[in-house]
Design a binder for this molecule. Structure first.
Ligand code: ASP
Ligand code: CP
Length: 330
């Protein structure tokens, strides 16, 4: 077989007809929220908004026809995996789903670098969820095609933070000037690690409500503090809830605990109920990356301020925008 031309092996591969080399993020990896600035975020949200309108109007369209996404998940997922699939399919592309690595050659001992180098031979972009911090950065080091981090252990979940920020912008019309209260497992929750960093680009106030053993890691607080963002930690939600614009609730990440009995002891603390909501502002939102276990009572779902199911839907438009951008079509 004739060897490939070198450009196909470059991280910015040779552009097929219609690709835009000047498209922001063309050929790039999405590993951490620290790679974004406010201008780029505004651009992503504009594209996501267009995706929303196009889906509402026509359902799907062929922007990424002929492109293939490999969905490589070493950890369970419902939303991230299926919304990347729906995003790719709504844009006319297709997906190689590897949602259960135990049925792949990973079980035979194949390394992550070899697995991603295999998948990029067949796909144009790889979405990766893996239990180890830094796994996406490692995969990106070896892969020539874009890697999108869909959660690296307790590290980051950047596409979730993008959809979280987009939710705040769409629901409340602004980000600057808001008070955001994060509650639950702030130690192991990768979504709050990414979101707190992303929010630090804005003029906001951050409250952390958690038991001491699940508090926001000191290094993240230092990183955010260095940007001049006011942060405060509490153990009682009621100290800050009446002034909160966004309550971001998280699940206790039981799979990260070495001693499962410690997780059992935390069950039932920091539960949001209809009674809790009676202390909130009229114009505020409750968010949750989901899955929810017991931390928000189902009675809250009927409250118009409960934004978590809408938040989940915004994820599809953000992921459509990201795929179009890294593949040079936005
Ligand atoms: N689904 C989110 C994550 O994968 C949050 C969670 O699992 O609690 O990080
Ligand atoms: N929010 C989120 O990442 O959900 P999944 O774990 O279901 O993908």
């Amino acid at each position: 077989m004739t060897p490939f031309n070198p450009p196909i092996h470059a991280k910015n591969p040779h552009l097929p007809f219609g690709d835009k080399q000047d498209s922001p993020f063309y050929g790039q990896d999405i590993i951490s929220v620290n790679q974004f600035d406010r201008q780029q975020l505004a651009y992503i949200f504009d594209v996501a908004h267009e995706m929303y309108e196009m889906v509402a109007r026509v359902g799907s369209f062929d922007l990424l026809k002929g492109k293939i996404l490999a969905n490589l998940f070493y950890e369970p997922s419902t939303r991230t995996s299926s919304s990347f699939t729906s995003a790719m399919e709504r844009l006319g592309g297709s997906v190689i789903p590897i949602n259960n690595v135990s049925y792949s050659s990973v079980t035979k001992g194949e390394s992550l670098p070899d697995t991603v180098r295999t998948l990029e031979a067949y796909a144009d972009v790889i979405v990766l969820r893996h239990p180890e911090v830094g796994s996406s950065a490692l995969a990106a080091k070896y892969a020539k095609k874009p890697i999108i981090n869909a959660g690296d252990g307790i590290g980051e979940h950047p596409t979730q933070a993008l959809l979280d920020l987009f939710t705040i912008q769409e629901e409340l019309g602004r980000v600057d000037g808001l008070t955001v209260t994060m509650m639950g497992d702030l130690k192991y929750g990768r979504t709050v690690h990414s979101l707190a960093r992303l929010l630090s680009l804005y003029d906001i106030r951050l409250n952390y409500v958690a038991p001491d053993i699940l508090s926001m890691p000191a290094e993240i607080q230092e990183e955010i503090g260095a940007k001049g963002i006011p942060q405060a930690a509490f153990t009682d939600l009621m100290e800050v809830f009446p002034d909160t614009d966004v309550l971001y609730v998280t699940r206790v990440q039981k799979e990260r605990f070495e001693d499962p009995t410690r997780h059992e002891n935390l069950k039932g603390i920091y539960v949001v109920t209809a009674e809790t909501m009676s202390h909130a502002k009229d114009e505020m939102i409750v968010m949750h990356p989901l899955p929810r276990v017991w931390e928000i009572d189902m009675a809250v779902d009927e409250d118009p301020r409960a934004a978590y199911f809408r938040q989940m839907e915004y994820g599809q438009y953000i992921r459509m925008a990201l795929l179009a951008m890294v593949l040079g079509k936005a």
